[in-house]
Design a protein around this ligand. Structure first.
Ligand code: PEP
Length: 245
C-alpha cells in the first residue's frame, strides 16, 4: 500500500512574515493521514527547517544543481540542501524546462545528484497543450521519464514522479481524473519495465489542484497525491488538500 504524499511548491513566493504565518497554519492543521512537505525558495530553507524540525512535516527545494561543487555561480548543490535537512528536491519543473532550457538529460543528472546525497528527487514530467492536442502526450512524458530511468538505472525506484500537464499549471484548468489517471497508468507501466519497485513508487499529479478537486484526483488508482502550486500558499486550501487523501 502506497502512502499518499502532498507537496507544496511555493515557487518564488514568500517573505519572513508570510512564511511564518503559512507554516504555522499548516502545522495547526495536523494530524494528516498522508505525508506532507513544502518545497520553498532556497533562502527560506533554514527557517523552514527550524520551524518544521520537531514535526512530521518535511521540506525541500525547488531545484538542485547537477554538479557536486565548483565554479557554478548561482547554483546550489545537493550536499548543501542536505545540510538544511531537505527530504525532497523538485527537478524538471516545467517552468525550469521552459524558462531555463533544462533538457531531459539535465533533469536526469539533477535527479542523480539529489539521490547521491540522500534527497528524494520529485521528477516532473508533462506535455504542453500543443503536444496534447497533437496526440503526443504519451510520447512526451515517456521520453522525459526515460532519460531519468536510463540515468538512475537500479535506483529509479527511489524517486517520486510528478505528472504535471503544462496546460494545467497555474491556469485553473485541471486534467480530469480520468485524463490524469490515464497518464499515471502509462508512467507506472514504464516504471514497471525498469524496476521491481514500481508498485511502491509515488506518482503525484500537479496542475491546478484545489480543495474541491483533490479528493477525486487522489482517489484514482495510480495517483498517489499531489504537487500543489498556488493552493499551497493559502494554509486553509493546502490543509484541505492534505485532508483529501
Ligand atoms: C506547480 O507549480 O507545480 C503547480 C502544480 O502549480 P498550480 O497548482 O498552481 O497549478
Amino acid at each position: 500500500m502506497r502512502r499518499k504524499l502532498v507537496v507544496g511548491n511555493w515557487k518564488m513566493h514568500g517573505s519572513h512574515p508570510a512564511n511564518a504565518e503559512l507554516l504555522a497554519g499548516v502545522l495547526a492543521g495536523r494530524p494528516y493521514t498522508l505525508d506532507v512537505a513544502v518545497c520553498v525558495p532556497f533562502p527560506y530553507l533554514s527557517e523552514t527547517a527550524v520551524t518544521l524540525a520537531s514535526s512530521d512535516l518535511r521540506w525541500g527545494a525547488q531545484d538542485v544543481s547537477a554538479h557536486e561543487q565548483g565554479a557554478y555561480t548561482g547554483e546550489v548543490s545537493a550536499a548543501m540542501l542536505a545540510e538544511f535537512g531537505c527530504r525532497y528536491a523538485i527537478v524538471g519543473h516545467s517552468e525550469r524546462r521552459a524558462y531555463h532550457g533544462e533538457t531531459d538529460q539535465q533533469v536526469a543528472d539533477k535527479a542523480r545528484a539529489a539521490l547521491n546525497k540522500g534527497i528524494t528527487p520529485i521528477v516532473c514530467v508533462g506535455e504542453t497543450l500543443a503536444e496534447r492536442e497533437a496526440g503526443h502526450t504519451a510520447e512526451v512524458v515517456k521520453r522525459q521519464l526515460s532519460a531519468v530511468i536510463h540515468t538512475l538505472t537500479h535506483c529509479v525506484g527511489e524517486i517520486v514522479v510528478a505528472y504535471e500537464p503544462v496546460w494545467a499549471i497555474g491556469t485553473g484548468r485541471t486534467a480530469s481524473p480520468a485524463q490524469a489517471q490515464e497518464v499515471h497508468a502509462l508512467l507506472r507501466a514504464q516504471l514497471q519495465a525498469a524496476t521491481a519497485h514500481a508498485g511502491d513508487m509515488r506518482l503525484l499529479y500537479g496542475g491546478s489542484v484545489k480543495p474541491d478537486n483533490a479528493a477525486e484526483l487522489f482517489s484514482q488508482p495510480d495517483i498517489d497525491g499531489g504537487l500543489i502550486g498556488g493552493a499551497s500558499l493559502k494554509a486553509a486550501d493546502f490543509i484541505a488538500i492534505c485532508r483529501a487523501g
